[in-house]
Design a protein around this ligand. Structure first.
Ligand code: EPU
Length: 448
């Protein structure tokens, strides 16, 4: 009966689509199974994207290990190839990148517009060509994502910036080091710090970035650049000091584990009352998130690069707010919100980085969740979830819906998989390995 309801909901929803986009696939999740097993954490999407862009700054080949097989990575490969770079997979997760001696300064616009992270090519192109023309990355459902701080920082290095038909054009005969503050209204900017840092690596003299993003992904970019010959002090802190060098060489680098993927699987264990061990994880990158999970009643055991979560008792309500690192990451907010839906009592989340990151809320309501939303504050009233047809409008919202489906009674159908595939490698295979009942089904087929 419930399966039929979810299927009817799917057909009704499908019929109502106004944007004429054809859904090619969906996930069908039959909830209620406790997850049990172990998962190897992938390389971090948000580390590898700027590191791939940073290869534009180098002469010679770089080899990156632990590169996740994601749609965003494929998009970045397409962008770099459109700039003339040789990019080849050497193994399942090993990527070789070698810039040509005469690269193009303009990336393919369609690819740039497909993904926000593509803005990371702006700094390297400016530094190597003296001019860069990069289409503005497309709109985003998680709210305003301006690039004014990227442009401000590059301007401080001497670039003149113009905008024409949604294309940002940056020019500088010579970049010169400068001191700047990259703080925005809700903290520093992650990819803005990456852009300025990459340009500063080849600028003349010293650059000081105050209020730099201290996210582990930026520290990983710094380590890659340092192994290419860049001189960077303050790695992992909010003050980066970069002494420009004349040239950078290629290097071999292993990407850090993805703390958001890791956190998502921990929540999968917690929401199903199961036990999951992550291997190849980094506890130090996840402290604030682990604290929230402990507050909700999870038992966590961290040993070297393993993190195990098991649920001892019932899930408890909790309160948290998102913040730049080392705070609770905004990229875990939708998943934590889904978890709070199944906890007893009233939980609170204050989304301080992207106040409009709430597209998962109405979808979770279809599944029986109860919320009171006031601006960027989400109050979650614990209840039980039941299967429904829901749609992922952004990557982390999609993760939240899958997690809710794992805990829900009956069948949940999740569409919008193009979003999920941007950031989770082999999601359904890995969940199945942990014991979940999850299938990827082509459009038009019902398996019930
Ligand atoms: N901001 C400005 N001006 C700017 C840039 C940002 O005011 O020029 C504001 C934003 O509006 C936002 C805050 O600063 O309120 C943070 O934005 P940030 O620039 O740090 O975000 P981003 O670099 O575009 C990266 C990740 C996001 C992640 C955020 C925050 C990549 C490719 N993306 O985005 O990841 O949410 O940092 O940690 O690294 C995801 O993986 O699902 C994702 C959205």
């Amino acid at each position: 009966m419930q399966i039929q309801q979810a299927a009817d909901g799917f057909s009704a929803w499908h019929g109502e689509r106004k944007d004429n986009r054809v859904e090619t696939e969906r996930l069908e999740i039959r909830g209620g199974r406790q997850l049990d097993g172990s998962i190897a954490v992938s390389g971090a999407k948000n580390a590898v994207l700027p590191i791939m862009a940073a290869c534009l700054l180098t002469r010679g080949r770089s080899v990156l290990h632990r590169v996740p097989r994601l749609r965003d990575v494929e998009t970045m490969i397409g962008i770099l190839r459109s700039l003339g770079m040789h990019v080849d997979w050497l193994g399942p997760h090993t990527l070789s990148l070698e810039p040509t001696s005469n690269p193009a300064p303009v990336p393919q616009g369609e690819l740039v517009r497909a993904m926000r992270g593509s803005i990371c090519v702006l700094g390297p192109l400016l530094a190597t060509h003296g001019v860069a023309a990069v289409p503005l990355p497309g709109g985003c459902v998680i709210g305003a994502r301006p690039i004014d701080l990227h442009l401000f920082g590059l301007g401080r290095l001497g670039a003149s910036i113009t905008e024409q038909d949604d294309i940002v054009i940056a020019r500088a005969e010579r970049l010169r080091g400068a001191e700047m503050v990259l703080a925005g209204p809700r903290g520093s900017t992650v990819t803005g710090t990456a852009n300025v840092l990459m340009a500063a690596a080849l600028a003349e003299g010293r650059t000081v970035i105050n209020a730099a993003a201290a996210e582990p992904e930026i520290a990983d970019l710094c380590r890659y650049l340092a192994s290419c010959g860049a001189a960077i002090d303050g790695i992992g802190t909010n003050r980066l000091v970069i002494e420009g060098v004349k040239e950078l060489h290629g290097a071999e680098h292993t990407v850090i584990p993805d703390r958001i993927e890791a956190g998502t699987y921990l929540v999968a264990a917690a929401i199903t009352g199961g036990t999951v061990k992550l291997t190849g994880a980094c506890e130090a990158h996840m402290t604030a998130l682990l604290d929230v999970l402990r507050e909700m009643g999870a038992h966590l055991r961290c040993q070297e690069t393993d993190i195990s979560l098991s649920m001892g008792s019932d899930l408890l309500a909790a309160s948290c707010e998102t913040a730049p690192h080392p705070g609770v990451p905004t990229d875990m907010q939708p998943q934590l919100t889904a978890l709070m839906c199944t906890a007893s009592g009233i939980s609170q989340v204050h989304e301080r980085v992207y106040p409009d990151r709430t597209t998962h809320v109405p979808e979770l309501e279809h599944m029986g969740a109860r919320f009171s939303v006031s601006g960027s504050r989400i109050q979650v009233h614990g209840s039980s979830l039941s299967g429904a047809a829901v749609h992922a409008k952004d990557l982390r919202a999609g993760a939240a819906l899958v997690l809710a489906g794992l805990a829900a009674d009956g069948l949940t159908i999740v569409t919008g998989l193009d979003q999920l595939d941007r950031g989770y490698e082999g999601l359904e295979e890995r969940l199945r390995k942990l014991g979940a009942d999850v299938q990827r089904v082509a459009a038009g087929r019902l398996t019930a």
